[in-house]
Design a protein around this ligand. Structure first.
Ligand SMILES: [Zn+2]
Length: 294
């Protein structure tokens, strides 16, 4: 049960979106800045995303007519312009994902603002338009992040976890739509294995690793909610995993009552219902705290 379900377009039973965070090799460069250039294996693991994973994902989306969302650090936009061009050519959304996957909470306000702006410069140079949405690297939204996003004209964030369906973030400076995520729909736990960043977990097989995501979808479908996957091209874009996803998509799309949309479209839909007085979204007032909680 969902307390305040959203009426989705065309009477759809639920909204669905696959968001891909194209981190590529930014992860190793930010984790080991002194010698990442000398660590070829994690660089190669990251490069799989833009060079092999994304073309495969785009082909599937073309076949099913899907327009989805990709969140990309500015550094990756500048280093993989052909991949960005391919994503844009197919009409997908590209959202902001920091500069080089720096942790916003560890950076401090000034450095966080600088990383946001440097990322925006990459959008200006390569994407040709400013992003509407943001996903914080590591989901690490600091208490200042919503304000920094509002000041830069962002429409939505997709990093927080306070509800099953989109809600509003209200600050003194303005508002954002929050398109919420959670760890149950993130492919890092079942599929990532990355010793260089101290992430050592057993890698699940394709169907076993993906099964929890399908359970999450069925619960959202039954409740008329939203299912949002947070995946990475170098993880779920790998051959055997994506084969499973492709088959699953075929079945779900055939149901005919699932609204697959980009996060920008989902956020805009909720905001337009709210502005028209047809829906009252839940509101979270931010920042949660101004200082240390004793
Ligand atoms: Zn990321």
């Amino acid at each position: 049960m969902i307390q305040n379900p959203i009426a989705w377009p065309n009477g759809a039973k639920c909204a669905a979106a696959i968001s891909f965070d194209m981190d590529a090799d930014s992860l190793i460069h930010i984790a080991k800045p002194d010698d990442s250039y000398n660590r070829s294996y994690p660089i190669s693991m990251g490069r799989y995303g833009p060079t092999v994973g994304i073309p495969r994902i785009l082909e599937t989306y073309r076949r099913y007519g899907l327009k989805q969302s990709f969140f990309v650090p500015g550094w990756c936009i500048e280093h993989y312009p052909e991949t960005i061009e391919a994503i844009l050519k197919d009409g997908h959304e590209i959202g902001h994902h920091g500069w080089i996957h720096e942790d916003p909470c560890e950076a401090g306000v000034e450095a966080q603002a600088a990383a946001l702006d440097r990322g925006l410069e990459a959008f200006d140079k390569i994407v040709g338009q400013r992003p509407r949405g943001y996903r914080a690297p590591l989901y690490n939204v600091s208490k200042d992040t919503p304000r920094l996003l509002i000041e830069r004209g962002f429409a939505y964030d997709s990093s927080m976890m306070a509800d099953d369906i989109p809600y509003m973030l209200q600050t003194n400076e303005g508002e954002l739509v929050e398109v919420p995520v959670h760890w149950g729909v993130d492919d890092w736990p079942p599929f990532a294995h990355y010793a260089e960043i101290d992430y050592m977990m057993p890698v699940r097989g394709p169907s076993a690793g993906l099964a929890p995501f399908w359970e999450e979808f069925e619960a959202a479908y039954e409740a008329g909610g939203m299912w949002l996957a947070v995946w990475h091209p170098f993880l779920t874009g790998r051959l055997a995993r994506w084969r499973e996803v492709d088959r699953w998509l075929e079945g779900v799309i055939a149901r005919g009552d699932v609204w697959f949309a980009s996060l920008e479209e989902i956020a805009a839909h909720v905001k337009s219902l709210r502005d028209a007085g047809e829906y009252v979204p839940r509101v979270e007032n931010l920042p949660y705290f101004d200082g240390p909680v004793s």
